[in-house]
Write a protein that binds this ligand. Structure first.
Ligand code: ADP
Ligand code: MG
Length: 731
């Protein structure tokens, strides 16, 4: 029953308000439905029981069966810990707990048989196990020949709820000890509170005891049959309590299908609604501002690709339907001027336009270059960002509301509710990979009539992915760089071979050029990253004392950052020592050298973005990747790709091939309307295609969403959509 799935998780037996709060905050689990869609990330075969005499420290997690002896607290203060000995008759191993000592102590019983699970490690030549999982063996027997829980796969065979859900405090008799033990993700905070994978597993039993029989099928029979899918209740049960290893693939496939099918259905339905949405912001003719700009203000002739994209935008604006267009173009391909011309088309017709950028630095820079371009035309531009002081902010808001500002540039401060437009005709979103479907939706809500939306991105992503992430947008591509660009020369140097880098930098500085030196931002260790940057900055001051240098990082105050960027843009600062804040969009054509320190820590697409900061003027430019001496083979190959090519799409493909789809996956997932729990947009790309087709067929066959056989689908989609608005935050 869907109403049962929507029930607050705190009412589940064994949960209560404290664990419920933690589930919500740590895992975004709020309801029973969320909970049973929290899937194990791995399974461990527990049929295999090791003997202590055969253990070595390089073994992965292993299972031992034996007796717990001699539990005691040792040490004081921070080195305080709980230790125990464990024996299975073949030897002894020490067990150690550092966290939650009191709780562990109260759960464990000495001289009692346990099934233990953990990773052996060695300390001073002695084996031990830190924080092992302990399951009490009630009847003292090993799980050698445990019967399968699922002789039949109907929900009736669901395991019964245990008497209590506290971890490890009660025995798991053999019938409850799964041979394939599921492991659930928990966070540090959960682990500290002893909210372990085992607890989740126990709670999962309670959940299934309560609702296992009443999970609704979400797909009609004809879809299930066509795609060979097992029933949903069975899939859910088996993924949490796998009867055998063989049962898992079918269960996981069914659940992945569900996620991807509903994802595609939602995206395609949105796309259809958008195609139908009229806003009647029609620009039938090119107006005087656009014409004057084109004739008198263009700083350079447009490339053919830029002209084509401007034409595509114009065609959209003639229809009266809302434009939703993505402009994809590599770094430096000239997207900004296209945006400005699109804006002029609307401003000519009497509408306002906003440009939204992902960072304050980029917003400020856009504002500077756009207002300079538009100055001869006398168009009212303004800048709005979070760091604006309240009086200036009020002033900008007031002029925007009255329609005196024709072009408003800003960060996501533009989405905030107090930003009210007089008549917003178009929203332009730059470097969209920092935004997503949700943020776009917020912009669409800015008017009674939805504004046209133009999204610009430099993230080269493979086609199949693009269809998913940008599935609701029409696509334009700028596949040509402005003429006269010399390809950037990319060099790989190690700390030992970097001696010629100084000479290169000095030569370029002497020739009047500017230089970027970038240090990676290490999120886990921001302090260290900043220290690296400080050291690098001091070295720069020592090495090039004749050239003004500045530093730039995220921890600086907004006006300090602004000043640093302004100095570099103006050319008074010749060397900019920065973290990756310069990655997106900073445009200083006079810069000709990009030195990237610790380049091995960056992803390829990030390196490509950084490199794109140079090579913007007509001079030859250089990108130097400085790494440590010892590199893994993969890292060496990745850096070689950078040396070999300047083509962003090739780099993206190589990156996916060499390193797996990490970055792109993260970026893409964050833009989706639903969070995926089990499917993976990269690894499951084939299944995604299948689901996309199935979703499209269903939408075409049932446009009014009222065919009885599809009722379960529409019910589920409504449920998912309702949940989305409940819990998403726009940031
Ligand atoms: P991106 O696509 O990365 O946003 P920009 O719009 O910042 O690229 O443009 C990169 C640089 O190329 C800018 O200095 C811009 O003035 C210049 N540029 C853009 N289009 C042309 C063109 N058609 N001819 C010459 N230079 C151009
Ligand atoms: Mg740009």
């Amino acid at each position: 029953m869907s109403s049962l799935l929507d029930q607050d998780i705190k009412y589940l037996k064994g949960v209560g308000p404290v664990r419920a709060a933690m589930l919500g905050e740590e895992l975004k689990v709020f309801t029973l439905g969320d909970f049973i869609h929290t899937f194990p990330y791995k399974y461990v075969d527990r049929t295999m029981v090791h003997t202590i005499v055969n253990l070595t420290e390089d073994m992965p997690h292993v299972q031992l069966a034996g007796t717990l002896l001699n539990l005691q607290k040792v040490g004081e203060g921070r080195s305080r810990r709980l230790t125990a000995m464990f024996t299975d008759g073949t030897g002894y191993i020490e067990l150690v707990w550092f966290n939650g000592i009191r709780q562990v102590e109260s759960h464990l019983k000495v001289n009692t048989p346990y099934l233990l699970f953990g990773k052996p490690s060695a300390f001073n030549g002695r084996l031990k196990m830190v924080h092992p999982e302990m399951d009490l063996l009630k009847d003292g027997r090993l799980p050698a020949a445990a019967p399968s829980l699922f002789d039949t796969a109907t929900p009736d065979a669901m395991p019964s709820a245990p008497d209590s859900a506290a971890a490890g405090s009660r025995g798991h008799s053999l019938a409850e000890t799964l041979l394939l033990k599921p492991h659930y993700h928990t966070t540090e905070r959960m682990k500290r509170a002893f909210f372990t994978s085992q607890v989740i597993s126990d709670l999962m039993r309670n959940a299934f005891a309560l609702i296992g029989h009443r999970i609704d099928e979400t797909l009609p029979d004809y879809i299930r049959q066509a795609h060979h899918l097992i029933p949903l209740p069975q899939a859910l049960a088996q993924v949490h309590f796998p009867p055998t290893a063989e049962a898992l693939p079918a269960a996981r496939r069914r659940l992945k299908f569900d996620e991807l099918f509903f994802l595609q259905l939602s995206i395609l339905r949105t796309a259809r609604q958008r195609q139908e949405a009229r806003n009647d912001f029609i620009v039938s003719r090119v107006g005087p501002l656009f014409n004057r700009f084109y004739a008198e203000c263009l700083p350079f002739p447009l490339t053919d690709a830029q002209k084509r994209v401007v034409r595509e935008i114009r065609a959209d604006l003639r229809t009266g339907r809302q434009m939703n267009r993505l402009v994809q173009g590599d770094v430096g391909s000239g997207k900004t001027i296209v945006a400005v011309m699109a804006a002029l088309l609307l401003i000519d017709a009497g509408y306002q336009v906003c440009i939204m950028a992902p960072t304050e630095i980029l917003a400020a820079q856009h504002y500077a270059s756009v207002s300079r371009l538009l100055e001869p035309l006398g168009i009212g531009c303004a800048l709005l960002m979070g760091s604006l002081r309240s009086r200036r902010r009020r002033d900008v808001l007031e002029r925007t509301r009255r329609g005196e500002v024709s072009l408003l540039v800003g960060t996501h401060a533009l989405i905030e509710p107090d930003v009210v437009f007089h008549n917003l005709g178009m929203a332009i979103i730059d470097e969209q990979h920092r935004f997503g479907v949700k943020q776009r939706a917020a912009l669409w809500d800015k008017n009674v009539r939805p504004p046209h939306v133009l999204v610009m991105t430099a993230t080269p992503i493979p086609r199949t992915l693009a269809m998913t992430v940008y599935g609701d947008l029409a696509l334009s591509v700028i596949d040509e760089l402005p003429p006269g660009r010399k390809p950037i020369v990319t060099l790989h140097r190690t700390e030992r071979t970097a001696y010629d880098v100084n000479a290169l930098v000095r030569r370029e500085l002497a020739a009047g050029r500017q230089v970027y030196i970038v240090h990676p931002l290490i999120e886990e260790n921001e302090k260290m990253a900043l220290r690296d940057l400080e050291t690098g900055y001091r070295q720069v001051l020592d090495t090039y004392p004749d050239y003004p240098a500045a530093k730039l990082h995220g921890r600086m105050k907004a006006d300090e950052k602004e000043a640093a960027v302004a100095g570099f843009v103006a050319g008074t600062t010749r060397i900019l020592v920065a973290t990756t804040v310069v990655e997106v969009g900073v445009n200083v054509p006079n810069a000709s050298v990009m030195v990237i320190q610790n380049a091995e820590r960056f992803g390829l697409s990030q390196l490509h973005q950084l490199r794109g900061r140079v090579g913007r003027g007509a001079d030859r430019s250089y990108c130097v990747l400085v790494t440590k001496e010892e590199l893994s083979e993969t890292t060496r190959r990745r850096l070689q790709v950078m040396v070999d090519t300047n083509d962003g799409f090739r780099i993206a493909e190589e990156d996916m091939r060499l390193r797996g789809p990490g970055d792109i996956r993260g970026t893409a997932q964050s833009g989706l309307p639903f969070t995926l729990q089990i499917a993976d947009i990269v690894h499951d790309a084939d299944l995604m295609q299948t689901c996309r087709l199935a979703a499209r067929r269903l939408l075409e066959a049932d446009p009014d969403e009222n065919l009885p056989q599809n009722a379960p689908v529409w019910r589920e989609l409504a449920r998912l959509t309702a949940r989305r608005t409940d819990f998403t935050d726009i940031s």
